[in-house]
Design a protein around this ligand. Sequence first.
Ligand SMILES: [Zn+2]
Ligand SMILES: [Zn+2]
Length: 73
Amino acid sequence: MLCDFVLVDAVRQQKFPCDICGKLFTTKRRKETHIVTHSDVRHIWKCDMCDHTFTRRDNLKRHMKIAHSHTPV
Ligand SMILES: [Zn+2]
Ligand SMILES: [Zn+2]
């Protein structure tokens, strides 16, 4: 059926990147299913100075240095 091919092609054009690893997915649902596999996601490090959140403590520490350099290192 020609209609099916058109539908599939339309879906393929949309890309949903994973927020954590950047992997691209063709559907939002696939992406959300994939994100669950990132076990670290359950532990979110939140910056005290702004609304930034990080999945790794290293990234938060680096952010603190760059964005809030007035804080003692
Ligand atoms: Zn990912
Ligand atoms: Zn911050």
